[in-house]
Design a protein around this ligand. Structure first.
Ligand code: PLP
Length: 413
């Protein structure tokens, strides 16, 4: 009788590592080396051909390691293991989420191309799309994150040379889910045999535990691994996941741009993968309690959290279809404006006032003046990022203490 396929939570403890090759070390050592010895000149030649995209690897071929900017055992172990949850074939680890996103965009976009993107997106991606890609003749066209299929089709019809659709779901910081199936359908409508329109999804907020964009047709799934995947606010990293064919192309860009990660960071991520599911589930449990507290508070005007009825019928339907959980990122608006929001931010004690998210400690920030400060007032208004909006990333502290802290801080507002 055959064994049932292993679940992700089991796979991530062993895949890609043979202890016999490392003196029996139970946990992989850090392969802190810049370069690797070839067994023969022929082996070196073949490894370089693959690394520079001159040749596809043969089925089952494992190319020799070359140089840590190209590949490294710790980096490859993360790449082998992290795909377990998303159900994708291959991964590429990067020095940051922005490294993953910019390297992916510049692998596939060419002068004259257009990328459609859900609005809002993380501020750095926003700046990349609005200010940097146009310098290379690439147009980035924003559409509202909440668009349904008809709206997206209508929007896409007015654009030319679309090469990719980029979604961030849920959107940072409004927590709006993007309709992945609608975007897939539009990408298919716009694709021709010579020109494949790619669907890229930033899955940082919910993935890989509560959302699998591949099930809805994503070609590439992107992460700031700085967030839940690293999970301890002690590293910066990024990931791109997809088919081997696409990831091999992205890895060639990574090699030439030097946007690779390093063995130490990869080792820290390996350590973090074992607790990823546990952390995300526990953080979600606490976030749900905080959401209920905020929803009932008279000084809170609106709570944005996936699945809540006040997010609207379309959002609730998307949540039921696309997500297996709601995560631990919550945005809410206090009654008032910037001054009231700042009063709360300055009054909390257990919530740490800092950008970033997904770590084991609870963070709080003000999107309008921090993560999304690069947007114009009009862009923020359109995206629904008000001066009274606060974003929290719930960590692993006792939720009773977090609620007590918020109660005290809201009293100051
Ligand atoms: C949703 C999302 N995507 C991408 C990024 C960029 O990742 P990094 O800071 O690791 O470069 C961030 C950073 O906050 C983010 O929140």
């Amino acid at each position: 009788m055959g064994h049932a396929p292993l679940k992700p939570q089991t796979l991530i403890f062993s895949k890609g590592y043979d202890p016999r090759l490392s003196e029996g070390a139970a946990f992989p050592p850090v392969f802190r080396t810049s370069t690797f010895l070839f067994k023969s000149a022929e082996e070196g030649k073949r490894a370089f051909e693959i690394a520079y995209g001159l040749r596809q690897r043969d089925p089952g071929e494992i190319p020799a390691l070359i140089y840590t900017r190209v590949n490294n055992p710790n980096v490859e172990m993360v790449e082998d293991r992290v795909v377990a949850w998303d159900g994708l074939e291959a991964a590429a680890l990067f020095a940051s989420g922005m490294g993953a996103i910019s390297s992916t965009c510049l692998t596939f976009l060419r002068p004259g191309d257009t990328v459609l993107f859900s609005d809002p997106v993380y501020g750095g991606v926003e700046a990349l799309f609005r200010h940097v890609l146009p310098l290379y003749g690439i147009r980035a066209a924003p559409f509202p994150a909440d668009s349904d299929r008809a709206a997206l089709e209508d929007f896409a019809r007015r654009e030319r040379n679309v090469r990719a659709i980029y979604l961030e779901s849920p959107a940072n910081p409004t927590m709006l889910l993007a309709d992945l199936s609608a975007a897939r359908a539009v990408a298919d409508q716009l694709s021709t045999p010579e020109r494949e329109v790619l669907l890229l999804v930033d899955n940082t907020f919910m993935g890989p535990i509560f959302s699998r964009p591949r099930d809805f047709g994503a070609d590439l799934v992107l992460y700031s691994a700085t967030k839940f995947i690293g999970g301890h606010s002690d590293l910066v990293a990024g990931l791109a996941l997809g088919s081997k064919r696409l990831i091999d192309q992205i890895k060639t860009t990574r090699t030439l741009f030097g946007s690779n990660s390093d063995p130490e960071t990869a080792w820290l991520i390996l350590r973090s993968l074992g607790t990823l599911q546990l952390r995300m589930e526990k953080q979600q449990e606490s976030a749900r309690r905080i959401v209920e507290f905020l929803r009932g508070h008279p000084k809170v005007e609106h709570v944005a959290y996936p699945g809540l009825t006040e997010m609207g019928d379309h959002q609730v339907a998307l949540f039921r279809r696309q997500c297996s959980g709601s995560g631990s990122l919550v945005s809410f608006c206090v009654r008032g404006a910037e001054q009231e929001a700042f009063r709360l931010l300055d009054a909390v004690r257990e919530f740490k006032l800092a950008v970033s998210l997904g770590g084991i400690e609870t963070l709080i920030e003000h999107p309008a003046t921090m993560t999304h400060s690069d947007m114009t007032a009009e862009e923020k208004r359109r995206a629904g990022i008000g001066d009274n909006m606060i974003r929290i990333s719930v960590g692993l502290e006792d939720p009773d203490d977090l609620i007590a802290d918020l109660t005290h801080a809201l009293d100051r507002v």
